[in-house]
Write a protein that binds this ligand. Structure first.
Ligand code: SAH
Ligand code: SF4
Ligand code: F3S
Length: 440
């Protein structure tokens, strides 16, 4: 038997890339690869990249630069670029970095075995197609029942048809596609048999899910209700959602589906209707706030999270103030915020840009407000009881870390907790990014 080849995958970007990296490893397992944590040991290095902002995309070239010496010392080492930068600028990467042997886009990585063989034989292998065949059906699956951690991602929907004026995703990931319900349910069952207790359903627009199922297309709510029948699966989450795809049944599910966790990431991007319109978001600040009210009616303790962009082209101080006002009104439990980054090929690319120093100033003010909110909501947890799904040992001896239903990291020191345990915890302390507590 030949010794296994080693694959080092470095993952950037969103959770969908994390999921894809796992599946790329599976795809290559059939070629005799197993995973390694060190680039130095690798026979194949794959960078699974993100194109969402300029800084993210630039990382690829600096990372590739670091592999020059490795490659010189080990001529058999193959280097590949996958993910959204591969999709957007694969040919340019191969031109600029001759040591790249393989480029594969997010919709064609089920073809990795063939691409790898071509790279091994000394050819340049590039595949950035959007194939008609079902990528997930073509992937062989996870093989022997290896044990998994308590929490897992499961992509149910890919691509986006929304075309927000700032965003590359519709170009890098392609049109919206949903996986058939039966395929998702089978994969969820398999994960649970491997020890998974919490599944986060993923999609660039996950609540636009409309996978083929019994009796016609299923909505995300229908899928969640069906998944919640799986014994042993304790928790379901989903991300990322678009406000316009939040249908009545999905709102209701937050109130009546016990396994659906009371946490929702629902990006709004901005609070000014003028800017929302220029962003092509197709909703207003008011409609977003009404939606949040309906969600909170269904589930009063829902924790909300969002994404914000400051300094979108033509954003005035008044527009920015409207974003701060919206944040004050919603009260977020957590949030991600970014300076607008000009992306090639998107409609906003050629518009009047906001100066960098103005963007930086607005980001600072926005983040100060969000941090205050997040901290206040977290501090208010002290004295309350939460359910914690424990995942792994903490940094201190005897400590275990897990997630509350609201996605707070929670530390508990006790000697009878194992990964995968779901326990009731009294919150005793709130630190900047986590809670501490004791078992009830
Ligand atoms: N599908 C999700 C988000 C995908 S990208 C949604 O519609 O909400 C994740 C986040 O990156 C976005 O919500 C947005 O806040 C941010 N983002 C996307 N393009 C950006 C750009 N050009 N500049 C800065 N932030 C951007
Ligand atoms: Fe990008 Fe908008 Fe689609 Fe989200 S909804 S992925 S921000 S285009
Ligand atoms: Fe980045 Fe692609 Fe995800 S651009 S955020 S890795 S969909």
């Amino acid at each position: 038997m030949t010794a296994p080849k080693k694959l080092f995958i470095k993952t950037y970007g969103c959770q969908m890339n994390v999921y894809d990296s796992e599946r790329m490893l599976e795809a290559l397992a059939g070629q005799g690869y197993e995973s390694t944590d060190s680039a130095e040991d690798a026979d194949l290095i794959l960078l699974n990249t993100c194109h969402i902002r300029e800084k993210a995309a630039e990382k690829v070239y600096s990372e590739l630069g670091r592999y020059k010496d490795l490659r010189a010392a080990k001529p058999d080492l193959k280097i590949g670029v996958a993910g959204c930068v591969a999709q957007a600028e694969g040919e340019e990467i191969m031109r600029r970095q001759p040591m790249v042997d393989l480029v594969v886009g997010p919709q064609s990585y089920h073809r990795l075995p063939d691409l790898e063989a071509r790279a091994r034989s000394g050819q340049k292998a590039l595949d950035t197609d959007f194939p008609e065949d079902d990528k997930f059906a073509a992937l062989k699956g996870r093989g022997p029942k290896a044990k998994r951690g308590p929490a897992a991602f499961l992509t149910v929907q890919e691509g986006c048809d929304k075309f927000c004026a700032f965003c590359v995703v519709p170009y890098t990931r392609g049109a919206e596609v949903s996986r058939p319900a039966a395929q998702v349910i089978a994969e969820a069952q398999d994960l649970v048999e491997r020890g998974v207790r919490e599944i986060t359903l993923l999609g660039q627009n996950v609540n636009a899910y409309h996978g083929a199922g019994e009796g016609g297309d299923w909505s995300l709510a229908r899928l969640i209700r069906e998944l919640s029948k799986i014994d042993g699966l304790a928790r379901i989450r989903f991300t990322t959602s678009h406000p316009n795809d939040m249908d009545d049944d999905l709102i209701a599910a937050h109130g009546d589906c016990d396994k659906l966790m009371p946490y929702l990431h629902l990006p709004v991007q901005a609070g000014s209707d003028r800017i929302l319109k220029r962003m092509n978001r197709k909703h207003t600040a008011e409609s977003y706030i009404r939606l949040i009210e309906r969600l909170r009616d269904a589930r009063p303790d829902l924790h909300l999270s969002g994404d914000f962009i400051v300094g979108f082209p033509e954003e005035t101080e008044e527009d920015f103030q409207a974003t701060l006002d919206l944040i004050e009104e919603v009260r977020y439990g957590s949030a991600f915020s970014f300076k607008y980054s000009t992306r090639p090929g998107t409609p906003a690319e050629t518009r009047d840009q906001v100066p960098e120093d103005v963007k930086s100033d607005r980001l600072q003010r926005l983040q100060a407000l969000l941090t205050r909110q997040q901290r206040a909501l977290q501090d208010a947890m002290v004295g309350r009881e939460v359910d914690v799904l424990f995942e792994k040992p903490g940094r201190m001896a005897g400590q275990m870390v897990g997630k509350s239903e609201y996605l707070h990291a929670v530390h508990v020191t006790a000697d009878d907790i194992a990964p995968g345990d779901l326990r009731r915890v009294l919150v005793t302390d709130s630190a900047p990014n986590s809670l501490a507590g004791t078992l009830v």
